[in-house]
Design a protein around this ligand. Structure first.
Ligand code: FES
Length: 322
């Protein structure tokens, strides 16, 4: 029996910088079975309707990572995104190239920046030159040590996380979620000799630009959960170097504010983040906030039951001196 089909509407981003002044969207309508992957639909469009449609793919099995694109505004693998749920949810399927990378043509982007950031974190073991591993001998690790980075080897470098990341969009110097997840993998590897150096060097390069929006984790098709690995790196960087960046000082100040009174004291937090002198640069912004929210100038007070809150902090971090 023939499988039932649904009319599927595709609005596909088209742009050839060599001939087009600006991008446009081209509509194609096909009758397809609901479980058809978006990639298969695009290949059919290319084979039967428009041979000029340009896209990148290889394995068609969610392994190679080359078919990542924006599908209804989400960074996804086209070979594992089925048309049925997309049509049900959105009434059409908008297909666009990945974000944060220049378009070469239609759905193909230039991944040079993504790979440059990856190479900058030096994603390979750095051994102690004074104690090189004996050649040909295996190095052993405990199951607990391996467990610490069990997710990161799943990464297929599809760049869906890089495309979804607002910090990359805001600052091209931000390494991006995949590069930071790879960095984490070597920082927690007990055989790596450069742990401390890696953590110190990554901080000025924008570790703290991560907003913890978790869009990278949502986009990752392999559940690498890069945002959680970035959180771990931040904690380890503070442990190694202390709070030396605006971002780390802000994080520590935020925690201290809540722990002390259960409420955020914005004035105190700005001072903790930028220092007394650095506050001068924030005066304009501060005045705008005070105009909108005058209550922040009220004398800070502790919430009722703040001692209960402090017990939670104590239970979470019994080592920290009070
Ligand atoms: S074609 Fe390889 S991951 Fe989709």
């Amino acid at each position: 029996m023939a499988e039932p089909t649904v009319p599927a509407i595709f609005d596909v981003y088209r742009y050839d910088p060599a001939i087009d002044r600006e991008p446009r969207y081209q509509r194609y309508t096909l009758d397809l079975a609901p479980h058809t992957p978006v990639l298969s639909a695009l290949l059919r469009i290319r084979a039967e309707i428009d041979p000029s449609l340009t896209l990148r793919y290889s394995c068609r099995s969610a392994i190679c990572g080359s078919c990542a694109m924006q599908i209804n505004s989400k960074s996804r693998l086209a070979c594992e995104t089925h048309i049925g749920p997309e049509m049900e949810r959105h009434g059409r399927i908008v297909v666009e190239p990945m974000r944060n990378q220049a378009v070469l043509r239609d759905l193909v982007v230039d991944q040079a920046s993504f790979w440059r950031q990856y190479s900058l974190v030096e994603p390979h073991l750095k051994l102690d030159p004074a104690h090189p591993m004996p050649e040909g001998e295996p190095t052993s690790m405990t199951p607990e040590e391996v467990e610490r980075f069990k997710e990161t080897p799943r990464c297929i470098a599809c760049a869906a996380c890089y495309s979804a990341c607002p910090a990359v969009e805001a600052d091209a110097g931000f390494p991006g979620p995949m590069a930071l997840a790879k960095l984490y993998r070597f920082v927690v590897d007990p055989r790596d000799h450069a742990r401390q150096d890696r953590l110190v060097r990554i901080q000025p390069n924008g570790l703290w630009l991560c907003l913890r929006c978790h869009l990278c984790t949502e986009a990752c098709p392999k559940d690498v959960r890069p945002s959680e690995r970035i959180r771990d790196l931040k904690e380890m960087a503070i442990a190694v170097q202390g709070a030396t960046e605006n971002g780390s000082r802000h994080a520590v100040g935020f925690k201290d504010n809540i722990e002390d009174r259960g409420l955020l004291n914005e004035m105190r937090l700005v001072r903790q983040t930028y220092g007394t002198l650095g506050m001068l640069g924030q005066v304009g912004q501060g005045l705008r906030i005070v105009r909108k929210k005058p209550e922040i100038m009220r004398r800070p007070h502790a919430i009722e039951g703040v001692d209960e809150l402090q017990k939670i902090y104590e239970a979470l971090d019994p080592e920290e001196p009070k």
